[in-house]
Design a protein around this ligand. Sequence first.
Ligand code: ADP
Ligand code: MG
Length: 369
Amino acid sequence: MSHDPASSPLPPGSTIGIIGGGQLGRMAALAAARLGYRVHIFTPETDSPAAQVSDAATIARYDDQEAIERFVRSVDVVTFEFENIPAESVRHMAEHVPVRPCWSVLETAQDRCNEKRFFNSIGIETAPWRAVGSLDDLRQAIQEIGRPAVLKTARLGYDGKGQVKIGPDTDPAEAWAALGTGLDQAGLGVLEGFIDFLGEISVIVARGADGEWAAFDPVWNVHRDHILDTTTVPAPISPSLMDQAMDIAHRAAEALGVVGLLAVEMFVTPNGLLANEMAPRPHNSGHWTMDACVTDQFEQFIRAVCGLPLGNPERHSDAEMKNLIGADADQWLDILKDSSARLHLYGKAEARPGRKMGHVNRIRPRSDR
Ligand SMILES: Nc1ncnc2c1ncn2[C@@H]1O[C@H](COP(=O)(O)OP(=O)(O)O)[C@@H](O)[C@H]1O
Ligand SMILES: [Mg+2]
């Protein structure tokens, strides 16, 4: 009989199944091990960052129902470090074992249109947007939203992939064609008004099966080439905006009934906050918590998924997280010589351009209290 973490905590020694083999799964597995759990990773990738530090790995496609069946029989709870899993696979898992967060959360977060519709439905503002399924839709949407705008695939985009900016002279047909391959897989796109933001922030909130919740401090994110470059905390925003940001993340987690983590990315504009996107899992903009908080995002994630009491998210230090992208990771020896730096590498063999190889957290005593 499988265990239901809603009713009682999953005891140490149990096995947590994690879907996805990337660095988020790796750091979650390390946090799970610290609490005495075993971890079984499900990923199509051989020698994945997560499997390197876990007890077991199933290497199979995300739609391999037979492999999923075997996997769920060997674990006590299932969670995700990657949310683009076929619905059928998740349904299959949920028949055998608790899945945290549940399918409806993934379904909302997998698709930018669903995501924005959800935010708007609970009174959270986003950039103006239109779902677009054809070139005609796109022309119409550009008329309604105006230029500049951004055309994105509704599904499967990350790190700026699957996005085209529509400037004053961009031919809609060319933009539509440029997104072609992404749209073949995803079917639908979304056109968003381009936001001339003051900056970008995010909030990560944890929510337990009993509705208990805890948020990490809002952080300031700077992207380079559409990939997160640095996260800084405290964020240079007013206390009132901080409260609004935490409220947005909490309301979204509550409305979705998330059990686990929810990260919400937002644009800071002169007229207030706009929600950009969300992820129901640990998030790159939460890596700073590993060295600057009493409980970090990965432990908090494991606690929520296993039905344990949530930890204290309090920040004891100021921090700057810098992603090590591609060849940046070659600096590992110099980083290790810096007394304010804590180095985290993900065990990836090949440093391809644009690939997240690790991150470094630089820590200073807390300045704002
Ligand atoms: N509507 C927009 N207006 C201005 N900048 C945007 C807009 N949408 C995305 N961006 C920029 O592109 C980055 C990546 O887009 P995002 O929607 O977060 O997709 P992903 O992170 O999945 O690639 C954002 O963090 C932001 O810097
Ligand atoms: Mg993003």
